[in-house]
Every structure is written in C-alpha cells, then in structure tokens.
Design a protein around this ligand. Structure first.
Ligand code: GRF
Length: 209
C-alpha cells in the first residue's frame, strides 16, 4: 500500500523496482495528485480520501485507515504523503508504516528541507527512510543517502540531487522490509540482517588533491 499526495516519483521508483510484494493500492489525499494516473497506468488500484472533506484531522485519519484496511496491507509506504498523521493512526500501523524524508534526519524536519539546508550552510545534505512514530519526522532510521551541497545550488538543484538518491534508497528499504530482514531494538535502532557495511566518506568540499 502506497500513500501519495503529488507527483509520485518515489512511488514510480517503487513500482519500477519490481519488489517481492504486490502494491495492493495507491491512495492519495488529493484528487489532483499526478501520481494517481501513473499508478493507474500500471494497473494498480487507486483511491482518493480527500482531506478537505474532513474538519477534524482524526476524522480524516479514520477514513484513511478504513480505506487502507480494506486492502489488508502488510506495509504502508508514505511516498510524498504530505499530511501530518494522528498518534492513533500511527500506532495502528506501528512497525509497518514507513516514510521518506528529504533530509538527513534528525536535521531539517518539516517542510522546505532544501531551503533549510541552504540557509544552514551545511555542505552535506540527503534523505532518510524511517519508520513513522507519532513525533513528526522522527522514528527509527532504516537507510540514509548523503549528497554534497554545491556552491551554485538553489532549492531546485539540491532537491533534484537528493531526489535521485531517494529513488535509490526507498526501493532498497522496502525490499529489506519485504524480505523480513529489519528489526528495531528497544532503543529504536534499526538492524538489517545481511546488510553490508558502508565504506568511504563524502568530504564536501573535497580537500585539495
Ligand atoms: C519527496 O522529496 C519526498 O521525500 C517528500 O516529498 C517529495 C515527494 O516527491 N516527502 P514524489 O511525490 O515522490 O515525486
């Protein structure tokens, strides 16, 4: 089950990855989400639970949960799903609700992460796949990718560099989940059975040769 709000490029990367799972449906909170057409083109069931119909966040979340549960998914994947979820909703799917966030968490939570990174002057930025917990953009980290921030960057160029890595790490994270290789310690640290150790370092800017 994939939840989207817009363009759906992360969703498309998950479809393209041919994961050992069936994408039972794609649900959007916005009927105008471009990703709905992409999903339909791939023969995937789509649905809309429009958040504007609901005055209370909890009522929207209840309707969304009902739409999700109709498909009995093992994993619920937030892929550019731009709604803050209530604690009740998050608890319902605890351990099987994952999100991708365009920053190296815990830095730059919330919106406009690339703007935040440029304003902070960091030289390394990136993206994170994590389990969702009630605290926004927190929760056990599954995989991260780091990219350099370059002197000429604006929000768009930085977002594009990060997005290319999102499209690599999200399918990998979901594959590990499908393969049942992920455990989370009591302290909230993710362990991945059989994952290789990362090597090397990204120095940004690189030192003189
Ligand atoms: C991605 O950068 C994602 O990390 C963020 O919103 C963007 C959604 O892009 N939460 P897309 O809809 O997957 O193309």
């Amino acid at each position: 089950m994939i939840l989207i709000s817009g363009r759906g490029s992360n969703m498309a990367s998950l479809i393209a990855a041919k994961l050992p799972a069936t994408i039972c449906a794609v649900i959007s909170n916005d009927p105008a989400a471009k990703g709905l057409a992409t999903a339909a083109e791939h023969g995937i069931t789509t649905a809309v639970v429009g958040h504007r119909q609901f005055k209370q966040r909890a009522d929207f979340d209840a309707a969304l949960a009902q739409a999700i549960d109709a498909h009995q998914p093992d994993i619920v994947v937030l892929a550019g799903f731009m709604r803050v979820l209530t604690e009740g909703f998050v608890s319902r799917y605890r351990g099987r609700l994952v999100n991708i966030h365009p920053s190296l968490l815990p830095s730059f939570t919330g919106l406009h992460t690339h703007r935040q990174a440029l304003a902070a002057g960091v030289r390394v930025h990136g993206c994170t796949v994590h389990f969702v917990t009630p605290q926004l953009d927190h929760g056990p980290v599954i995989i991260q990718a780091a990219v350099p921030v370059l002197p000429g960057d604006d929000e768009d160029s930085l977002a594009a560099r990060v997005l290319a890595e999102e499209h690599r790490i999200y399918p990998q994270a979901i594959r590990w989940l499908c393969e049942d290789r992920i455990t989370v310690t009591a302290d909230g640290i993710v362990r991945i059975a059989g994952a290789r150790d990362a090597a090397g370092a990204l120095l940004s800017p690189p030192p003189d040769a």
